[in-house]
Design a protein. Sequence first.
Length: 285
Amino acid sequence: MVGKIVKAISGFYYIEYENKIYECRAKGVLKKNNISPLVGDFAEFEIISEAEGNLINVVDRKNSLIRPPIANLDAIIIVLASTNPEPSLLFLDKQLVFLENNNITPIICLNKIDLSDADEIKNIYEKIGYKVILTSVKENEGIDELRECIKGKTVALIGNSGVGKSSITNALLNKKVMVEGDLSKIERGKQTTRHSEILKIENDTYIIDTPGFSNFDLPNIETSLLVNLFVEFKSEISNCKYKDCRHVLEEDCGIRKAVLEGKISESRFTNYKLLYEELSNRKTY
Ligand code: GDP
Ligand code: ZN
């Protein structure tokens, strides 16, 4: 039998199979092979009683993250607020670079559109092929579109503190939302749980609730590879004069040309250069 690990806590793995949860211990063979099961893993297991089983093996993963430890994410929802806190496109581009590098599909969610509009950001990112959803948890806008978009997927939310991750999670789970202040967090016991857990939204649709999981850092990659993670830059590279163009200060650069022609947004180019610099500085240490 193959189920899905929905929770892992002090040596126990909770495997969901046909709408039931089995508390499992890992068989020695897993440890021998140095496999450490993760939340999100599809796991072969045997049932030993009504609610218990043995975890025998882990099915090959589609992807996995170390921090937080999660496997087989179908998408990550990057949440920004239209205001309060102000959205940072540098932050957004950094998260996109991380996800592109890990082969995880990003979904951009611009929340709190009841406070300010976010059309400009939506346009920039939609134009380059990303799914962008505008939401207001307060006015129950865009939540159905978001729910539709993640149907059948296992997703996690990231984003700075205060952008509305808990509120969106609660709304997707149809829980009571929009309690003023931070009550929503206390309701979900965010402060007391330290393990990741997968919450079921509906059949085959799961959301990962990981305390303290807010942002990804820039991956450790060669500076020359950064350009490949800016999805709309790739097609312009052939117009660079020099083969080893870094697309930073070079005059005869295809990316620069595309920015001047309005094909690539200025903020994306600026952020590319900032992240390039961050990566180069990292190297010298
Ligand atoms: P988290 O830190 O990302 O989990 O953010 P929370 O879900 O705790 O939300 C932070 C604050 O923003 C709370 O006071 C929420 O009530 C509020 N909030 C969340 N979504 C919206 C929204 O769409 N509009 C408005 N006006 N406030 C929101
Ligand atoms: Zn170039």
